[in-house]
Each structure stands twice: as structure tokens, then as C-alpha cells.
Write a protein that binds this ligand. Structure first.
Ligand code: KG4
Ligand code: ZN
Length: 332
């Protein structure tokens, strides 16, 4: 079975073709970074317009790279939510029209389940059940994953997502967008031990997160040291990053301990963070856990994860009606 996946939830127009649930025949990601950069963040209306321009060429490229034509596609999956509604509508509507025109099934896919499933696009995926920490621009949540389509939420952020905190701190430091990657680069040149930010562990035994206090702590530090901020930027980035990484590692290990799961995963855009990857590797090894982190290109938004998840919905006999709609917020 050839399944075409489409993802347009934020600032990436992506299309991929999968053969069943294993072989990624093609995966195209067209980034809008240069469009949003002058504004210091994603401008929703601009994102929608750029998706409209990019969707046809991106899908054509995905088919071409897969060595297929439209006739070879057996089903279409598209991200249904959560995300920017205007952006989601472009990919979702395109996918519905494509499936309708060709008389093939369409299935709407939850973006978060897509991220969770990225570990299955790697050669040695975890067995079910396992614990997955999803860290992205819009979400920070821990799940007990039971199947490709079923996951129980164990805890989530009460305010900002980890990626959002990276983006906001980058903005406060005048470093701009895309914040996560920039902070990661600055942090590499800084000393994480020179400044201490309070670690927001909250209740140590629970799996909720909070990053808004940390963000305020960084802001206060910046305000106090405005006169020689330039000299301190790398250390601020390093200390902030280390604080976030410590909290994420602590919560993931605690969730594994509480559930008895020996396999843990980190997925989503922030999983591309080098320091997070290093530290969780060490911690998981010390705790005797088996860690799964997707390759960098599978951490950020992509359509291979949507096609994969769509395949598993279809396998369970689930498909979406052409009247189905997108949603902006997580369905829980
Ligand atoms: O999963 P994703 O591509 O989109 C959402 O679903 O949100 O995640 C984007 C988030 C952004 O907040 C971005 O700043 C963050 O992932 N990010 C990073 C890194 N690369 C991307 N955060 C920290 N370090 C990175 N290297
Ligand atoms: Zn995402």
C-alpha cells in the first residue's frame, strides 16, 4: 500500500510517501523560516498563504522522489490538528480533495500521535507499552503509549511548552527565530554553571511541567544585566537550556520508574537539542533504560510521521469523512 502523508500544522509544508508502515519512499519538508524570520516568529496568516503556494509543488516532488505517479497512491493522510487553523486547513483540504478526486480513502491524523510514532521510522523501535516525552513548540507532555493509535496522557505543561520557552528566551535575548536552534548554538559556547535558574520540578512525583516561572527568571536576570548583556548571552543560554534539560530528564525517568516501562522515547522539535540528547542518553543508561530518540530530521515537523500514523488508523478500519474538520487545540 502506498500512502501519501501531508503536514501543514505550522510553518513547514511537508509531504511524504510511505510503502506500508516501514519504507519511507520520499519525505519533503519545505520550511518557511526565511519568510517569518523578519517578524521574530511565525505569522499565522503568512504561513497559510505560503502553504497554499507550496502544497502542489511539495506533493509533486514527493511523488517524483518516490518514483510514483498519482495513480499509485492508495490512501491519503493529513494532519487534522492541533496547530494553526488556517495552516492546517490548507493541507487537510488539499488531502480531502485529492482523495475524493481519486476515489481513495482519506484519514485525518493527530499531529502529536504523529510525533510519538517517529520512533517507528527508525531501525529499532520500542516494544509497547513505552513512555514517550513529546517536546515541541506547542506541547510538552508525557504519554504511556500502548499502540500506534493509543496513548494515555500522564502529565503535561501547565503553561508554556518547552519549545515555546526556548523561542521566548531567544526573543528576549534579541536572537530571534527559530529560537530553539539559536539558543542551542549559543549555549554550546557558554558555561551552564555560571548562572543558576530555579528548576521547576513542581511536585517531584507528578508528571506536569511549568516553564513560565523559568522564563520570568531569565527575564529578570536579563533586566538586571542589560548594561553588559552581550558578554553574558552564551552563559544565559547555557544555564537556561541546562535547566530545561534537567527537568525534562527528571520527569521522563520518573515516569518510567512509576510505570515500570523499560523503554523511553523523546520526540518533537526540542528532541533535536544536542544537550538534551546527550544528557538523557547518560541518564537513561545509568537507570538501565532503553532510550529511543529519532534522527534529527524526524524530530521537527514532517509528513512521514503523518503517513505512518494514517496507515495504522486505516489498518484499524478508521477513515475520515470528507466533512471532517481541523482543530487548533490538543484533543487530550
Ligand atoms: O515539533 P516542532 O517542529 O513543531 C511543533 O509541533 O511545535 O517543534 C518546534 C519547536 C520550536 O519551539 C523550536 O524552537 C524547537 O522545537 N526546537 C529546538 C531545537 N530545534 C527546534 N529547541 C531546542 N533545541 C533545538 N535544537
Ligand atoms: Zn510538531
Amino acid at each position: 500500500m502506498h500512502i501519501l502523508g501531508i503536514e501543514t500544522s505550522c510553518d513547514e509544508t511537508a509531504a511524504a510517501v510511505l510503502q506500508d508502515d516501514r519504507l519511507v519512499l520520499s519525505s519533503i519538508v519545505s520550511s518557511q523560516i526565511s519568510i517569518h524570520q523578519p517578524f521574530g516568529g511565525v505569522v499565522p496568516e503568512l504561513a497559510s498563504r505560503k502553504h497554499i503556494e507550496a502544497i502542489v509543488p511539495v506533493v509533486q516532488q514527493a511523488l517524483q522522489n518516490a518514483g510514483l505517479t498519482a495513480d499509485d497512491i492508495d490512501a491519503v493522510a493529513a494532519t487534522e490538528g492541533p496547530g494553526l487553523v488556517g495552516a492546517l486547513l490548507v493541507g487537510h483540504t488539499f488531502a480531502k480533495a485529492y482523495a475524493y478526486a481519486r476515489g481513495i480513502p482519506f484519514v485525518g491524523v493527530d499531529h502529536l500521535k504523529g510525533h510519538i510514532n517517529t520512533v517507528f521510522l527508525e531501525p529499532t523501535p520500542p516494544p509497547f507499552p513505552f513512555i514517550s516525552l513529546l517536546v515541541s513548540g506547542g506541547h510538552t507532555a508525557i504519554y504511556h503509549v500502548r499502540s500506534h493509535t493509543e496513548a494515555t496522557l500522564l502529565g503535561q505543561t501547565r503553561d508554556d511548552a518547552a519549545g515555546e520557552a526556548f523561542d521566548k528566551v531567544s526573543k528576549m535575548l534579541g536572537l530571534g527565530y527559530p529560537g530553539g536552534r539559536i539558543i542551542g548554538e549559543k549555549a554550546r559556547k557558554g558555561d551552564p554553571g555560571r548562572i543558576h535558574f530555579k528548576r521547576p520540578y513542581l511536585d517531584k512525583s507528578a508528571f506536569d511541567f511549568s516553564f513560565s516561572g523559568l522564563k520570568t527568571g531569565v527575564k529578570r536576570y536579563i533586566d538586571r544585566h542589560r548594561s553588559d548583556l552581550e558578554r553574558r548571552v552564551n552563559d544565559i543560554a547555557a544555564a537556561f537550556q541546562e535547566t530545561v534539560v534537567d527537568v525534562l530528564c527528571h520527569k521522563l525517568l520518573a515516569a518510567a520508574d512509576a510505570t515500570g516501562c523499560r523503554h523511553v522515547a523523546i520526540v518533537g522539535g526540542v528532541a533535536a537539542n544536542r544537550r538534551l540528547r546527550e544528557k538523557i542518553q547518560e541518564k537513561a543508561a545509568d537507570a538501565g533504560l532503553c532510550l529511543h530518540i529519532p534522527s534529527i530530521h524526524l524530530c521537527g515537523d514532517n509528513a512521514a510521521m503523518i503517513a505512518f500514523t494514517g496507515f495504522h488508523y486505516l489498518k484499524r478500519g478508521i477513515r475520515s469523512d470528507l466533512s471532517s474538520d481541523v482543530y487548533s487545540r490538543s484533543m487530550g
